[in-house]
Design a protein around this ligand. Structure first.
Ligand SMILES: [Zn+2]
Length: 463
């Protein structure tokens, strides 16, 4: 028998509500999606085209909403094993309480924590994850390799923001002296991670960003040289910025200017940069982000947990600033879920100056999908459901008790309870089926993270 002229396998989904999150916010009340290999081949109203070859699976999407997979733009995976600590602290007090424990992490702990963080996000519809990892204790093993391996094994698209800290207490910083790297060590470690793991291809499953941690834990020289390194290597740049009033005060005292001016003076504004939080931004800060195309990872639950404040997301969007959503580390957002951040972004921003006009359901969904792709520099590939893009998508089940009485599916997804995921595809391959991870054993991960959390607590206590 002659080989097929068209060997690409196809998955066909029909009878499904679709929110494409394309440039026109195109939606279909009942439509179809055809996935061919790792790409979206066609999408539209009504049933799929007739005569498709090599259809390996047909899915009746009745009662479901299909959206682009969610994209997380800020996280710290290792914190999965230090959740529920220092629960009533602001950022600086919380950091000072946790640094001594974090400085004791090793490779098995980081691997288990990465699996826990990834599993929780993937189960909730995240198809592109990121980890900003900045704690590299001497002799702790290949932490970056362990994190990247965990993401690869789970089948999730991934950005590792290789972080670093070199400003400790003796230099006026916040972390203890034993928790930081040297300037040269941080730069060499970042360059080695880029060389070993960064894949710039269209279908890339692993990308690396250069990511010194925050103004109060890094030297000015690490910011400057980190930016030079990132631009020489052609990778993106990430850091924390303008998170709290304490950080603003720190920058004025040490550098004689606010965080945004400080970042601009060190080469850290640009369309290859995205920053977490950006809560304390005045009009000229927002204008500088818009002028330079600098992106923002909005982390509403973490900002509430640490009493940091409310980021001015409606003003950023009106100015044209790229904004995505972030879980942030799970020591400051114990749930570790991104689909609940759609709702929290909407609700928390309505507590700000714009009140009920702050964000609507479709804007919240856009933040978690296309907005995330923008800040990661990947809108050609992910973030919306369009022919030719990568097949990263989620089927949300909206016909059960939690959502069935809400007529509009996007409203149900964003305003309602966290919806179960019937199917999530990453690169055309299933990662979640019937609300369960199929690429990893959730119970085994739960046991490993509990054991590693206990081991870390024992080591940190000096036992
Ligand atoms: Zn963070």
């Amino acid at each position: 028998m002659a080989p097929s002229a068209d060997p690409v396998s196809r998955i066909v989904i029909e009878n499904v509500a679709i929110a494409t999150v394309d440039a026109h916010d195109t939606e279909y009340a009942s439509g179809h999606l055809v996935v061919a290999g790792n790409r979206i081949e066609s999408i539209g109203a009504g049933p799929a085209p007739q005569g498709l070859q090599n259809v390996v699976r047909r899915i009746d999407g009745t009662g479901h909403l299909a959206t682009p997979g969610l994209i997380n733009t800020h996280h710290h995976f290792y914190q999965w094993i230090t959740r529920g600590m220092a629960t009533d602290h602001n950022l600086f007090d919380w950091l000072v309480a946790l640094y001594p424990t974090w400085a004791r992490i090793d490779e098995p702990m980081v691997r288990a924590a990465a699996q826990g963080s990834l599993a929780m996000m993937a189960r909730g519809g995240v198809t592109t994850a990121m980890d900003h990892h900045y704690v590299y204790p001497r002799g702790s093993g290949d932490l970056s390799g362990a994190i990247i391996g965990a993401a690869r094994d789970m089948g999730v698209r991934f950005t590792l923001a290789r972080g670093s800290m070199d400003r400790s207490v003796k230099d006026g910083g916040l972390p203890p002296d034993f928790a930081v790297e040297t300037l040269d060590g941080a730069l060499a470690g970042t360059e080695a991670t880029i060389d070993a793991h960064h894949d710039a291809s269209f279908d890339s499953m692993t990308q690396i960003a250069a990511a010194p941690c925050s103004p109060f834990s890094i030297s000015t020289e690490l910011l400057r040289q980190g930016a030079e390194l990132a631009r020489r290597k052609g990778v993106r740049m990430h850091t924390h910025g303008s998170e709290t009033v304490e950080e603003e005060k720190f920058c004025h005292e040490l550098f004689g200017m606010g965080p945004t001016e400080y970042f601009e003076s060190t080469g850290w504004l640009g369309d290859d940069v995205w920053m977490a939080h950006c809560v304390h931004m005045n009009d000229s800060d927002i204008a500088a982000f818009a002028r330079t195309g600098t992106g923002v990872a909005h982390c509403p639950s973490s900002n509430a947990r640490l009493a940091a404040g409310i980021a001015r997301v409606p003003d950023m969007l009106a100015a044209g600033v790229p904004v995505g959503l972030g879980v942030d580390g799970t020591a400051s957002n114990e749930s570790g879920e991104l689909h609940t951040e759609l709702r929290n972004a909407l609700l928390i921003n309505r507590l700000g100056a714009h009140r009920e006009k702050a964000l609507d359901a479709r804007q919240a969904l856009r933040l978690g999908t296309h907005g995330g792709a923008r800040v990661l520099g990947r809108t050609d590939q992910i973030g919306s459901l369009e022919p030719g893009k990568l097949a990263d998508l989620v089927l949300w089940k909206l016909d059960t008790l939690a959502h069935a009485s809400i007529a509009d599916p996007v409203t149900a997804l964003v305003f309602g309870a966290a919806a179960p995921v019937t199917l999530s595809l990453v690169d055309g391959k299933p990662v979640v089926e019937d609300n369960h991870l199929i690429t990893a054993d959730e119970d085994a991960i739960a046991r490993a993270t509990r054991d590693e959390a206990r081991r870390l607590a024992r080591i940190a206590a000096g036992a």
